[in-house]
Design a protein around this ligand. Sequence first.
Ligand code: ZN
Length: 253
Amino acid sequence: MSSAIKLHTSHVLPREGFVHGFPERTGGVSTGLRSSLNLGKRWGDDEANVEENRRRLAEYAGYAPEQLQIMRHVHGTAVWKVGEPLPEPAEFDGLVTDKVGPVLGAFAADCIPLLFAEPEARVIGSAHAGWRGTVNGVAANVVKRMVELGARADRIRVALGPSIGPECFEVGPEVVEQFRAAFGDVPGMVVRGPNKDHIDLRVATRTVLERAGVTPEHIDTSPPCTKCEPDRFFSYRRDGQEGGVHMGFIAMR
Ligand SMILES: [Zn+2]
């Protein structure tokens, strides 16, 4: 396995004046199933390892570790504008800012890390969306909060990071029911699998974003599947809580 940090990036996000990435699992110091660039502390990795991994990523991407803004995710829809007073407990699945300085992070391991940028108004956002966050529209809330900061929905670019693909995301009928209730019969959203139905979270996320006013061509819904590529990505479905966590990030220069 490679020992260098590698960033998956998206063609829809602006390069000039912005920096973003979805780091793969290589280039860190964590061991075992968390080998090696585990960026999350929640599942019990050695905190010093995670701090070193975050430091290495910051150095590689060109920001100072203290610029990173991260929140505990709870599969909810709340969005924090960086700098707003924080409630107790501070739990947010989305972040937005119109400032240069904050680096917005979104954790995920099979769930979708989403990165947002509006290049003209210069407003950015990030989100964590598993199936609950997708059904409840956390991505639409990020768009809404970006618009409050001067962004125009039809100019917002959105990249979906490495996450579980439709061929690997088998779910029970009660989950399928929630997707149908939230979105109706969207073509390709529910896929018949060998055993149970599968959900294509990318199709559902695209639906959320387009209904929020985002231009279809501004959405990148073709990330790699985390479960299918163990050499590159952590996967909760594959490794459970013994595994690691990824973190997509975006900032303005
Ligand atoms: Zn897969």
